[in-house]
Design a protein around this ligand. Structure first.
Ligand code: GLP
Length: 252
């Protein structure tokens, strides 16, 4: 495998030549964490970036090299107005790409319900469920082109815990593919774990691929910590690892 490893501003960075190599390494990292603690609590993102990681984990599970039977998982975020059966649901996405293939009991896979009547109650319920499950042992993350993590959009202030958020136009455009390419059908709001929730994880692995992520990756690693670039707060976490395909690393 061709990869390089270095540390910048206390953030450990691994750069891979291809997305396939990145996926293999990230999947192995998850498997190692599972071996160390079979009842680990995982935090999981949807999106294009983790698809290869989930496919590799499904393969490793089928080969008997990964045992998810005692693990618990929490989805990172969800659109408002969308239930778990909706084709654009992040809960459904993670279930179809990972959970259904690795034997993680479905009752231990948790997601936010974007169709809940009272969204504040839903956010509070989710935050309490995370606490009750114990600390998230390993949180996987993608990053938005604007530096968001989960659906924590650039803002003057970031609510630390699970909350309701208004999506920025660029994020709705980036999500249009989930709605048959029709940006007008993308919900205007979402529910997301807060940056504070994410930072309570014991270890965080951020995945990024493609040059469209290079600028936000550079600011995440080198820029000041600012709510205008939510991923920059990962600099304050002592066990964050950044896995980059080389396009996403092209400005470092
Ligand atoms: C989405 C999600 C994030 C995801 C990010 C990157 O909008 N809210 O959880 O990590 O943007 O997505 P992708 O991996 O498809 O580039």
């Amino acid at each position: 495998m061709s990869s390089s490893r270095f540390t910048s501003e206390d953030v450990e960075i691994r750069v891979f030549t291809t997305s396939e190599e990145l996926a293999r390494a990230a999947a192995q990292r998850v498997v190692d964490a599972l071996r160390e603690r079979p009842d680990i609590v995982l935090g999981l993102p949807a999106g294009r970036t983790p698809v290869g990681v989930y496919a590799d984990l499904a393969r490793l599970s089928a080969a008997g090299q990964a045992d998810f039977s005692r693990a618990t998982a929490f989805a990172l975020d969800e659109f408002v107005g969308i239930d778990h059966a909706h084709p654009a649901s992040f809960h459904r996405f993670i279930r179809e790409h990972l959970i259904d293939h690795v034997g993680l009991p479905i009752e231990r896979f948790h997601g936010l319900d974007g169709s809940a009547d009272d969204l504040q109650v839903e956010c509070d319920r989710y935050e309490a469920a995370i606490q009750q499950a114990g600390r998230i042992g390993l949180q996987l993350l993608g990053i938005g082109g604007n530096g968001h993590i989960g659906f924590n959009e650039p803002a003057n202030e970031l609510p630390p815990r699970t909350h309701r958020v208004t999506l920025l136009d660029e994020t709705r455009k980036a999500s249009a593919a989930l709605f048959n390419g029709d940006v007008d059908r993308v919900p205007r709001e979402a529910l997301t774990m807060g940056v504070g929730t994410i930072l309570t994880a014991e270890a965080v692995i951020l995945l990024a691929a493609g040059e469209s992520k290079a600028a936000s990756v550079e600011r995440m690693v080198r820029g000041p910590m600012t709510p205008q670039l939510p991923a920059s707060f990962l600099q304050s976490h002592r066990a964050v690892e950044v896995y980059l395909e080389r396009g996403a690393a092209s400005r470092l």
